[in-house]
Design a protein. Sequence first.
Length: 222
Amino acid sequence: MREPNGASGRSSTWLAETRSSYDSDAAGYAEEVQGFLETHPHLRAHLDLFAELVRRDGGGQVADIGCGPGYVTAHLHDSGVEAFGIDLSAEMVAIARRDYPGLRFEEGTMTHLEAGDRSLAGVVAFWSTIHVPDEAMPGVVAQFHRVLRPGGHVLVGFKVGDWTRHSSTGYTGAPISLDTHLRQTRTVSDWLRGAGFLIESESILRPDDEVPGALVLARKPG
Ligand SMILES: C[S@@+](CC[C@H](N)C(=O)[O-])C[C@H]1O[C@@H](n2cnc3c(N)ncnc32)[C@H](O)[C@@H]1O
């Protein structure tokens, strides 16, 4: 897998730490999120709307970026779109391939996508940009914009807040070193606008929780 062009020492460090943390904790994470979409109908509804928009606009390939164990990719596939998964962690990709052998999963990083310009109909990033530091986010949303065809859709899910949490223990108790960045919806929408996207909707999930979730749906003009 290629690293981002011109990666600074710092960006290499957060990418390497995120990758090795998820490699160590892939099995624990996969177990934690088993059946997640069945118990989270609001998330399912957002994915279904996204799939409907992609189908309405003629279909095409959809990348689930930061796919983890692959259940979002599988749901998109079952919703009638040509979904494939990309993840930084080789262990996550191995679990996704094991659990969904009929689907395509690749190792890769959202900071430097292998997909060609204007080659995709949709991009989903479900709780994966949460590990990307602020300074790298404009570059990541520029990648999403580059790989989407005009009229393509992007759906970003993330944790809402104004702070960064550092985790040193994974779900299995394994030592990890993982930063999770909580953000306001406005911040994420502004990054997307800055890359050239039109914002279609912003949704806050469980706004009274200590850490709400949020989803921003946007479209590349064209
Ligand atoms: C919290 S998990 C979310 C997994 C899945 N999307 C879900 O909703 O359950 C974050 C995932 O993003 C992946 N990830 C983190 N940084 C990434 C990057 N730069 N490029 C691709 N994947 C990344 C991690 O390896 C991990 O599998």
